[in-house]
Write a protein of this length. Sequence first.
Lengths: 341, 341
Amino acid sequence: MKGVFDVPAELEPLQAWVFAGLEATTDQIDAALASDIPAVATLCKHVERFRGKMLRPTLVLLAGSAAGAPHDVPASSDLVKIAAVVELVHMATLVHDDVLDEADARRGGQTINHQRGNETAVILGDYLIAAAYHLCSTLPSQEPSRIIGRVSMELCAGELLQLENRDNLSLDEATYFEILEGKTAALVGACCLLGGMVAGATPEQVAGLDRYGRRVGSAFQVQDDVLDLTGDEAVVGKTLGRDLKKGKITLPLIHHLGALDAPSRGQALGALEAVSESGGDDDSHSGAIVTALAETDSIASATTTAQRLVDEAKNALAPLGASPARQTLGLLADAVLTRDR
Amino acid sequence: MKGVFDVPAELEPLQAWVFAGLEATTDQIDAALASDIPAVATLCKHVERFRGKMLRPTLVLLAGSAAGAPHDVPASSDLVKIAAVVELVHMATLVHDDVLDEADARRGGQTINHQRGNETAVILGDYLIAAAYHLCSTLPSQEPSRIIGRVSMELCAGELLQLENRDNLSLDEATYFEILEGKTAALVGACCLLGGMVAGATPEQVAGLDRYGRRVGSAFQVQDDVLDLTGDEAVVGKTLGRDLKKGKITLPLIHHLGALDAPSRGQALGALEAVSESGGDDDSHSGAIVTALAETDSIASATTTAQRLVDEAKNALAPLGASPARQTLGLLADAVLTRDR
């Protein structure tokens, strides 16, 4: 899709249908956030700018199409409502994440917390969540509300587990994936699951779409870790330092520490602590770590993991018949690995 | 009820039924928050201490009983679920409010933000909201989810309007009540409305119960304003200073400023600004304001407003037949005015 990969000619009609669906999704979000209170309306207007590539609504629409939603007519209002719900949940997490990260800027605009203070950002995030749940509860079936409620709990549990493990340089791989599953994969899985469900997918297809989304979400995050550590060495050192300072442990680092014997591991942990404390300003240590990561093939190992997740994602689509939408979901999964950022 | 007013003998069977319902509500909340992740379980255990008098679940149960829920058997699971949902929403607002207020202690325990940092408090609040919505979506009808979604939006809009008007010493009465309606009254109204709805109340009874709850919630807040300004003058001066420093304008102050001519009003605003800046440490100014409030009968005026709201609350119960529960709702409304804190 636009900005993610080049669309082959045979997929263009589907792409046009998705774009129309995304426009309808935008209108639905605007309607869901409408408020008579000028202060609320202004804030919601500002937060609109946070909408990026609308990846999650795109997945809802593609999953719907792959499950049989006709694409010679506009996307149904239920599919569009689900698309709006997941994007609202995602926007809420962005607003609250910015409070957590004390971020000043997002997508070229000032963050709400920077512009209006943490109080406003916390409540605005709550408003977005409430709007998401309210919109979801207007669907004919209650099942999407149950799923969105459960996934939101998973999302928060993942964040809490991550906060609990902040500065835990010895984070193990199982906990890394548990955090990933909650923080990222669960909502991406729900996008695909719900899109399929609303379009009338069988239980087997719904389960396959959920699995596809979870694997794609995980692969995206693992690939993010890899991209953080590849490229110009000075930049990588800075990124590594910034990540470590924030207490963010990436998969290549976990692999690296696991591949070392006890004395080397102790040494490596010491170097990581030094980088973490300097926040990346001390280039000598972070440069040494990047070199050491190569010696244990840790970046290659993470790349292999991301590739495996993408393969699993594509295999999970087996219960769905061939269709332009299924083909596109496959291309999207591949694009996770080929993107440069 | 316990800690709010003395219960006449004829209401004791109802009281026992409510207490049993509240115990079931507590179990329901614990079940809704259960998590396999130890970090999440520990935080939820901590937040349990924030449950106070369980006023909102009590209102759900009483409204249910007033609308015909039999009280010779335990409260039905749907009524108990609703009671748990509203308390979870309320607990979430407490956790997020503590982030806003930068509070260190609540109900004798350390606040989450003080103990674990703002990040954890924001996400834990989100977890509580998600648990509330999820539990609500397991009810047989989707109507409660719609109402909880709408009321949560009202709640946030009220908070945002209040934040927008922080430090606005010239806040007008209409905006004061708009904030109050969203921040406090809407959720209290929903407690009564939903309790009645689940117990099979008629639309007229449901509307009456909503109105009762909203008026009681508003009366409670207005009476809080009055109690802030009555009693020992030195203490009142301190409270006034603290409120003003937080940018909190109370109803008696609004009345006072409205009762003055233009030059006196300018003088009074100057004095308020001085108290606001000193945060109550400058007793001379705050003492003068308390004296001036008496001259314009501003505290008496707010008391009259609270009394009117309580009368409206009791009148709103007219569509319900006489019952111990209706009698208790009336006593609860009266207790808003007679409580000393």
